[in-house]
Write a protein that binds this ligand. Structure first.
Ligand SMILES: [Zn+2]
Length: 592
């Protein structure tokens, strides 16, 4: 056996490794040094009895030998004994790093990467960022890492570093973004359809008249009761430029150009209908990304949005926008017959607050379409009747009330205003109280149901209740609870709306002036004037069928009440003795 010759001295050995100096605070150091860094943690020291390969002495041997064999200039031991690799708060390590910062360190040698540190990110920061910048050759002997020998050995660290870099950069970019967004600068890279960047100030949007007119038309169509799908079809027919096509035309690069210039889809229309930007506001933080790696933008909850009002010219007025949001929240559905209920999303049961659904049948004439309470159909406990009303009857009654109010307001505007002022405040307070009462009731019933379900569960466990019976009961209670939960959410929304609603008479009057001579109900008319219609149960006492309908007008709420008899709606609707019908007494007062 021939011993390998590598260990044999091949050149002059300047100093035996045990003569290499240990760093001592304040010692004079040459301008070019080689840092040899042995480290031992307390854990390592305990293990040393079995395995001394990591002992300070052993590490010094290895490092010293290497430094001398490779003629690394002026080696000095920087030693941290008894300190963990998870921290970089190590006295000698810190000195060595400071020296790196001064540019005096030519080589930095460790036995293996773990001697250097166990926090990959931090390790990477030194080996991948700081050392190359300071021109330090970094060597981890047992890991085969040598920065002079190219990048390959460092790949695993580079990967970790890349990630770290990416995360750090993204954080910084996000911080800048956040600051801009909070300052009201539009953050969206895309200017919404209807606007174009101001050529004089890239941060500002100005109206692009051609597409702005399309936006206005979209809102108008929505007010007439058309859904996004139909609006999209009309836009295609009208050959209107779709947003991405328009953007490309105006010089914005688009990732995927549309197939045709008028590639409208229902989702594009619904997005436009929901954008508060058309009111002239800047809305920031509408989306967020889960991580810097993710390309997918997720929608932020509206409570996270930051809105800056009147940052640019509005395309749509507030009233139209608000009404469109209400319409969209009520989402009118087309019936199986293809006929759309004029009042869907607007008509409610006066007793249980559920929506009235229109039922119609393609095989029956439209006159037989009718509305019934959806809560009653679901066996809502507050509702003991279907609240059935034929569509034509409801049409007539609502038209009558609207005519009544608008014609009166047109003739006696001053008196009308005074009248509304007088009892408006009182009424909205009552409405608010009623909603709050309903909410409390629903909430206590939800809690009650929790207890009931708990009890029957216990009975089932103890054997008092069969599995079959238990399943049946619990399903019923759970359905009721679900229904109530949905209702409380809606009530809470109503209460919030009522609480901030100021009796805005001038807004109402502006709408009324547009409709002084109403002859026919149209969706636009209804959307502009009416907020909600409540349908009471048919009253058969007194031998006549009467049914009360409450029309809640936009901005002002309930104005008058009507009773009617299907045989002669007009006669009954007048409801002479009805004290809740203010226009009549006011009219009389005026004549006297
Ligand atoms: Zn009902």
């Amino acid at each position: 056996m021939i011993q390998p010759t590598a260990a044999a001295p091949t050149g002059p050995v300047a100093v035996p490794y045990h003569r290499i100096p240990d760093y001592i605070k304040g010692m004079a150091l040459p301008d070019e040094i080689t840092v040899l860094y042995p480290r031992l943690s307390r854990d390592d020291r305990d293990k040393e009895k079995e395995d001394d390969s990591n002992s300070i002495v052993n590490q010094k041997k290895i490092l010293g030998k290497y430094a001398m064999e490779n003629h690394l200039p002026n080696p000095v031991f920087f030693t941290d004994d008894g300190i963990s690799g998870t921290t970089f708060e190590r006295p000698d390590f810190k000195v060595a790093i400071e020296l790196v910062g001064t540019g005096r360190v030519k080589n930095f040698v460790v036995k293996d990467m773990s001697r250097f540190g166990r926090d990959y990110i931090q390790v990477g920061l030194y080996t991948e960022v700081m050392f190359p910048e300071a021109n330090v050759r970094f060597i981890a002997l047992y890991d085969n890492v040598d920065s002079d020998k190219g990048a390959d050995d460092l790949t695993p660290f580079r990967n970790i570093m890349n990630e770290w870099y990416a995360r750090d950069t993204s954080k910084k970019v996000r911080a800048v973004f956040r600051a801009k967004g909070m300052a009201g600068e539009p953050m969206s890279t895309h200017v919404p359809y209807g606007y174009v960047r101001d050529p004089n100030d890239k941060k500002r949007w100005v109206v692009d008249e051609e597409s702005a007119e399309v936006v206005r038309q979209i809102f108008r169509w929505c007010m007439t009761g058309l859904g996004p799908g139909h609006i999209a079809t009309r836009l295609q027919e009208a050959r209107a430029d779709c947003p991405s096509y328009r953007a490309a035309k105006l010089g914005t690069p688009v990732s995927r150009p549309p197939e045709t210039p008028w590639a409208w889809r229902d989702t594009i229309v619904s997005d436009i209908l929901a954008r508060a930007e058309y009111l002239g506001h800047t809305v920031n933080f509408k989306t967020y990304r889960k991580s810097y790696k993710s390309k997918k933008a997720l929608k932020n909850d509206p409570s996270q949005h930051v809105i800056f009002e009147n940052t640019h010219e509005a395309i749509v007025d507030q009233d139209t926008f608000d009404r469109v949001q209400q319409i969209r929240a009520g989402k009118r559905r087309r019936n199986s017959s293809g006929r759309v209920g004029l009042f869907s999303g607007m008509a409610y049961c006066a007793d249980c607050g559920s929506k009235m659904h229109m039922s119609s049948n393609a095989n029956r004439p439209p006159e037989q379409d009718n509305y019934t309470c959806s809560g009653f159909r679901l066996k809502n406990r507050d509702c003991g009747s279907s609240h059935y009303i034929r569509r034509v009857i409801l049409d007539g009654l609502v038209l009558e009330q609207i005519q009544h109010v608008t014609s009166f307001a047109a003739r006696y505007e001053r008196e009308f205003v005074e009248l509304l002022k007088r009892d408006g405040a009182d009424k909205s307070r009552k409405e608010l109280l009623a909603s709050k009462r309903k909410l409390t009731q629903a909430e206590s019933r939800i809690a009650e149901l929790d207890n009931i379900v708990q009890r029957i569960y216990e009975d089932n466990i103890s054997g008092k209740l069969t599995d079959e019976r238990f399943m049946k009961l619990s399903r019923g209670y759970e359905a009721e609870q679900r229904e109530l939960t949905a209702q409380t959410a809606e009530l809470a929304g109503q209460i919030a709306a009522q609480e901030q609603k100021t009796l805005d008479l001038s807004r109402f009057l502006a709408q009324v002036r547009k409709h002084t001579c109403v002859e026919k109900l149209t969706p636009t008319l209804l959307n502009e004037l009416v907020e909600r219609i409540e349908i009471h149960v048919t009253d058969k006492s007194g031998g006549k069928r009467t049914q009360q309908i409450d029309v809640y007008f936009n901005f002002v709420g309930l104005i008058g009440k009507l009773d009617f008899a299907p045989q002669s709606p007009a006669a009954q609707a007048a409801g002479g003795a009805n004290p809740g019908n203010p226009p009549k007494p006011a009219a009389q007062a005026l004549q006297s």
